[in-house]
Design a binder for this molecule. Structure first.
Ligand SMILES: Cc1ncc(COP(=O)(O)O)c(C=O)c1O
Length: 478
């Protein structure tokens, strides 16, 4: 069968006049040459329908399934966000209960809100001395499932934004003993299966649904994603129902074709590309390991007691021994060296790497860090470690859930000063970023300890987000 992206490319030469959407009518005079208007079509004859795929889109999804070795795979044009909404909705009945990692992406919270679910939270282990979430433990999953027979599914993220992986095999065994499905948000791990350099993907570790943002770590356009069904514990009728609800009824063919082209390049040149990439990556990791003040963190080695494994495509560069914060390093790299990092935290920055990187790109990063060290070594040798002091070290106590998220968000609410909100029930989320765990979710009671922690985080210059009041002075309560 034809490839979607080729069919789309050649359609432009067929001189077919569009009396259909989109409104730009594939007319380059109205949409500057920067946009691929000629390939931006709708569900015209021969191009199938994502929500009732039986032609070229079904074939594209089947190819992706073949590439990943899954039971079935669905194409996504609304990111992992829509796939997470779908997976949770399909695996847990309305008003049901889910065992869910507290460090989940906000789309998982939104799924619980929309479906009226009751969460039972799993907390990741804490890495001491660094604002990095550790892994989730199978024994905690086992315990939670033993204690609550009403739980219908388990939802975890692995790898995290920082590349921290959890023992999905162990987690799946605990869930499958009760015949419960495990959904793994592997948004950051679409590349894992393509090289032995990386840890095993959840697809091969017993997960029932695995979700990928193709755009995050593979050569594909932003918003592209895949939902992989890996077992017969999943009702695919429900998966299809919710995909139709959460995804656009006008999915972009450019996005879908970019998934197709990505799958083809991996099928045809994946081995060679990943070999070259991982060789460059390994070289860069070795060079970074040789630096004196910047420290390349390997979470699975440096925090072996709390991290099960890690995806070494993420370059985590600690600034703890430099007297510089991660944010300061990030600004310096951007302004002086034209290098934009994926993320910065008080004591580290994360450089996201992928098969799209070049040897030259890696060299620019390693040389920039070596250059900064050479210029600042004298100053740093005399300075105390300051960044290390900015790390939240106390345990984040799980707050008590008093109302459901929907009850809290949709009930009568009012705003009070955060400093006077102790004992009230929050109608808003508050997140500490990083590590990205919600400090409080709607429906949970605000404790004195929480307020004390938030005050300290803000004094330390950490990022607390989520409240409508961007200055974090007032909070909406029920
Ligand atoms: C862990 C995790 N899951 C899911 C998502 C959502 O992915 P997308 O942006 O593709 O919708 C993100 C986005 O950053 C993420 O970090």
């Amino acid at each position: 069968m034809e490839r979607l992206y080729r069919k789309l490319a050649s359609y432009d030469t067929e001189d077919v006049y569009p009396f259909h959407m989109p409104g730009h009518k594939r007319n380059p005079a109205l949409l500057d040459g920067f946009f691929p208007a000629a390939q931006d079509i709708t569900e015209i004859t021969g191009f199938d329908n994502l929500h009732h795929a039986e032609g070229i889109l079904l074939e594209t999804a089947r190819r992706a399934s073949e590439v990943y070795g899954t039971r079935n795979t669905y194409l996504g044009v609304n990111g992992s966000t829509a796939m997470i909404l779908t997976a949770i909705s399909a695996c847990v009945q309305r008003n049901g209960k889910i065992l869910i990692a507290r460090n989940s992406h906000r789309s998982a919270y939104h799924a619980m809100y929309l479906r009226g679910l009751t969460p039972v939270y799993l907390y990741p282990q804490k890495t001491s001395g660094m604002e990095l979430n550790g892994s989730l433990r199978p024994e905690d999953v086992e315990k939670a499932l033993q204690e609550d027979p009403e739980i219908e599914a388990v939802f975890v993220t692995s790898p995290t934004y920082d590349g921290v992986m959890s023992d999905i095999r162990g987690i799946a065994e605990a869930a499958h003993r009760r015949n419960l499905p495990v959904i793994v948000d592997e948004a950051h791990g679409a590349h894992l299966v393509f090289s032995g350099f990386f840890p095993e993907s959840a697809i091969r570790s017993g997960a029932d649904i695995v979700i990928h943002s193709v755009h995050k770590t593979l050569p594909s356009l932003t918003q592209t994603s895949l939902l992989h069904v890996c077992s017969d514990r999943i009702d695919e009728e429900l998966v299809r129902r919710f995909l139709t609800i959460y995804q656009s009824s006008s999915p972009s063919y450019i996005l879908m074709a970019s998934i197709d082209a990505c799958m083809e390049i991996i099928q045809e040149r994946g081995k060679e590309l990943f070999r070259e990439y991982t060789e460059n990556l390994e070289k860069a990791r070795k060079r970074l390991s040789g630096l004196k003040y910047f420290r390349l963190i390997d979470p699975a080695r440096d925090y072996a007691d709390t991290v099960f494994d890690c995806d070494r495509s993420k370059l985590i560069i600690s600034t703890r021994d430099t007297g510089m914060t991660g944010q300061e390093l990030s600004v310096l790299l951007r302004e002086e060296y034209r290098l934009e990092m994926e993320m910065s935290a008080p004591s580290y920055v994360v450089a996201l790497t992928s098969v799209g990187d070049t040897g030259e790109g890696f060299a620019r990063l390693t040389e920039a860090l070596a250059d900064i060290e050479a210029k600042k070594a004298g100053e740093w040798a005399l300075r105390e470690d300051e960044a290390g002091k900015n790390i939240p070290d106390e345990e984040l106590q799980p707050p008590g859930q008093v109302l459901s998220m929907a009850e809290a968000m949709e009930g009568r609410t009012r705003k009070v000063l955060l400093s006077e909100s102790e004992g009230c029930v929050s109608a808003e989320f508050m997140l500490l970023y990083p590590p990205g765990i919600p400090l409080i979710t709607p429906g949970e009671r605000i404790s004195g300890q929480l307020l004390q922690n938030v005050r300290r985080y803000l004094q330390q210059g950490l990022t607390v987000t989520g409240l409508k009041d961007r200055e974090n002075r007032r909070i909406e309560i029920v």
